[in-house]
Write a new protein. Structure first.
Length: 123
């Protein structure tokens, strides 16, 4: 098999009709906030502006009954952000769905991978 096999994966986007969606980008942003304690740091880690990261968090916070992320204002100790209990639950459910989908579709992914054309490193 090709070296790109490790990069083959299923990416899930859950669309809640007109209410919005959650997909890999928003989930990764939530993970980053959880790790870094900062919306700005999580956004930078993903190569996005603070404004864009905050817009995505605003969208997520508005979609669910309770906010997923809380923010503390700066001051002498600086500001920060953290996942709420709901945020942790939503992220865990999304990641579990990703894992279970990948496991359920592993044979099909292998078959699809095997049907890909081999592309030399030079292209």
């Amino acid at each position: 098999m090709s070296e790109n096999k490790d990069q083959t994966r299923v990416r899930i986007r859950v669309v809640f009709g007109d209410r919005g969606m959650i997909g890999p980008g928003k989930a990764d942003l939530l993970d980053g906030i959880d790790r870094r304690g900062s919306i700005a740091a999580a956004g930078r880690e993903m190569g996005m502006s603070y404004k864009r990261a905050w817009e995505l968090i605003g969208t997520l916070n508005a979609m669910f009954r309770a906010p997923l992320v809380t923010r503390t204002r700066g001051g002498a100790g600086g500001g920060g952000a953290a996942l709420t209990e709901t945020g942790r639950e939503v992220l865990a459910l999304y990641r579990r769905m990703e894992d279970e989908t990948a496991q359920a579709g592993a044979a099909q992914l292998d078959t699809l991978q095997g049907l890909l054309r081999d592309i030399p490193d030079e292209k």
